[in-house]
Design a binder for this molecule. Sequence first.
Ligand code: SF4
Length: 275
Amino acid sequence: MGYLAVMSTSKTGPKTAGAKAGTTAGTQAKAARPKTAPKTAPKTASKNGPKAKAAPNSASAAPSPERAARADVVAGRLAARYPQVGPALHWRDPWELLVATVLSAQCTDERVNKVTPGVFARWPGPAETARAAQADMEEAVRSTGFFRNKARNLIGAARLIMERHGGAVPRTMEELTALPGVARKTANIVLSNAFGVHEGIAVDTHVKRISFRLGLTDSEDPLVIERDLMPLFARERWGDVNHYLVFFGREVCAARKPLCGACELADVCPRRGVR
Ligand code: SF4
């Protein structure tokens, strides 16, 4: 079976099927979910891998009408720009997505996609990974960075999945974030893309930066940002919102040189923090 590639289609790339954005603030358009999973996100890792296991129990209070209206415009335009989005990571089942997402911390998706075929061939699932030697796994994932902790976390997660979940990747936020190396962002990506479960919005560096610039949040704390974003978008679009902002962050609203002059959101963007 071939890999389910992660992808986006944009004005600058090939177009495919259409997914439409909906928001809780305005008209909610239903969109066909991509056959592949949505794209992942960037990377918040430390020496121990992604952190912040605590999860927002609920969304923030109702947003202001102005913020809600802006989110509506953002969702609509980015849905038009990216009619089909999905993770750029290559994966075929929930375990592979979990592994790829863990490895993507502080690493490019391209690098991860070069590494994972070898990892999946040698250790196809949790059962095999649980028996992997730390040194062997370290060597296999070395080029993704933070390889000692990533290797330890992957083996530890596999063992826990074997012990507690019968070898199946769990489908709840609580169970996923109990796994070594799996914080809320990673759990959101796995839940949304592998299981179609929308517990929250994965906040990576792109989501964090663009949400602030667009005035969709006043915070720079990922957990607060997630709580702020959740009421702005229809729940079934939460996974796509992550993908929209990740791709938009790579193509237009870059960290250092955002292309505001060519941005389709310029008329609604307060450009907070942009000089
Ligand atoms: S106008 Fe500039 S800051 Fe605002 S979303 Fe577009 S590129 Fe980003």
